[in-house]
Design a protein. Structure first.
Length: 435
């Protein structure tokens, strides 16, 4: 495998398709089977009550098995009409594996593109990991495919599916897309936000499920892509693939602004508009590490405990409005930030260290991206991930965005690099599929 030592500038071209994709962006801007199932068929619909997200009492435990499926029209599509642009979407429930190796039902969406695949070989599949959209079940991306907003005036709650831009770029190039909701998002249980094993496995099993649903060959090319939380999920999938999913023919991964080292990320976002997202991570850890509960009881005050409870049912916009620019020192009894508390408790620090990405070697090329002035995901820990993988001989590149600081803490320096890398990241994946 070729070892890449340098970095790639943000303006670098990865494919001769660049011009084609740029024009597609303009158009987008203008247009705004599993065998062995115990109780459900290969593509059964939801139960009689219409509760698609409630798993059956028994289901096939093999990772990547399809538990059930349901039609899911995309934006501006007419239900029941075939071959609509940009593709045909189906909501799926599939089997994945928790951190403790127990099977778990996960939901997501498979989108079969209307456009033909004009590259080499079989049509490729890209699994998209959404960025931070929240921890409440209403935030699941598969619930926002027909309309990119989810508004619940009774909670109140506002969800946004902003992965549609990347999804459509891939679809118009004939790439099949599978978008995972991650473990615990929409389905019962807490969403285990930025859990390294569970997010990576959810991505890998989404690829398996997507191939099965499309009746594609098992060795059809697969890629992973995501930004922020999704970048971490994609990066985790890339390095877990060799061991957990050696059956997949992984061709490449794009991981934008991955939170590879949570100890660095927690300190960075504390006091920003999305400071409450720290609560997502704590809640996710609490769901998998029983030893964390007494620590939280001892260290958090009443306001902190209420904040953790509240964010567990929110989307990111709700969390920003409720806890934006707060400091987690106001959540603790000691007056120390949660980052400081974790650092002083070995058991808690180990839980954070367990989520560290970069200890395993990806089995296919990876493109990393980072904003040099990112006010959410520190550039330094992305650069460290690059060095960690590079030392292991991985084929990895790092491309940076140098947007100067704009109202630090509002997350603009996190969002703008994401938009900047939409085209280069898509070109990178297309190039891997064509190689």
């Amino acid at each position: 495998m070729r070892k890449t030592r340098g970095t790639v500038s943000g303006s670098a071209a990865y494919s001769p398709r660049r011009r084609r994709i740029r024009s597609a962006v303009a158009v987008l801007a203008a247009s705004v089977t599993a065998a062995g199932l115990v109780t459900v068929g290969a593509t059964s619909t939801a139960d009689a009550a219409g509760n698609f997200y409630n798993p059956p009492s028994t289901f096939d435990s093999d990772p990547g098995s399809i538990i059930r499926s349901q039609s899911s029209p995309l934006l501006l599509q007419i239900p029941g009409v075939k071959n609509q642009w940009p593709g045909t979407a189906t909501r799926i429930m599939y089997t994945s594996t928790r951190q403790d190796d127990k099977p778990v039902a996960v939901t997501g969406t498979v989108v079969e593109p209307t456009a033909k695949w004009n590259g080499k070989g079989e049509r490729p599949t890209v699994v998209l990991g959404p960025g931070t959209i929240g921890q409440g079940d209403q935030c699941a991306g598969s619930k926002m495919m027909s309309f990119p907003l989810s508004i619940d005036p009774l909670k109140p709650s506002l969800g946004v599916n902003y992965s549609a831009l990347e999804m459509n770029l891939l679809l118009i190039n004939g790439v099949r897309v599978v978008m995972t909701d991650y473990i615990g998002m929409g389905t019962p249980g807490i969403h285990t936000y930025v859990n390294r094993l569970e997010s990576g496995r959810a991505m890998l099993d989404a690829a398996r499920a997507g191939l099965k649903f499309a009746k594609a060959p098992k060795d059809a090319p697969v890629g992973f892509s995501g930004y922020s939380q999704g970048g971490g999920a994609a990066a985790s999938a890339a390095e877990l693939a060799s061991d957990y999913a050696s059956d997949l023919n992984v061709k490449g991964t794009y991981a934008g602004a991955p939170p590879a080292d949570l100890s660095k990320v927690i300190n960075r976002i504390d006091g920003t508009f999305i400071a409450g997202a720290i609560g997502y991570a704590i809640n996710g850890l609490d769901a998998r590490y029983p030893e964390l509960a007494p620590i939280l009881k001892r260290e958090t005050n009443a306001h902190g405990r209420q904040a953790l409870k509240q964010v567990a049912t929110q989307c990111i916009a709700d969390t920003g409005l409720a806890f934006g620019f707060q400091r987690t020192k106001d959540w603790t009894r000691s007056g120390k930030s949660l980052g400081e508390v974790v650092k002083g408790i070995p058991k808690a620090q180990k839980m954070i260290d367990d989520q560290r990405i970069g200890k395993l070697k990806p089995n296919a090329p990876v493109l990393l991206s980072s904003g040099f002035n990112d006010d959410v995901i520190p550039h330094g820990q992305v650069a460290q991930l690059y060095r960690d993988w590079n030392k292991q001989g991985a084929d990895v590149k790092l491309t940076n965005n140098y947007t100067p600081p704009i109202f630090p803490g509002l997350t603009l320096n996190h969002v703008l690099p994401m938009l900047d890398k939409l085209v280069p990241s898509t070109n990178f994946l297309l190039t891997q599929f064509d190689s």
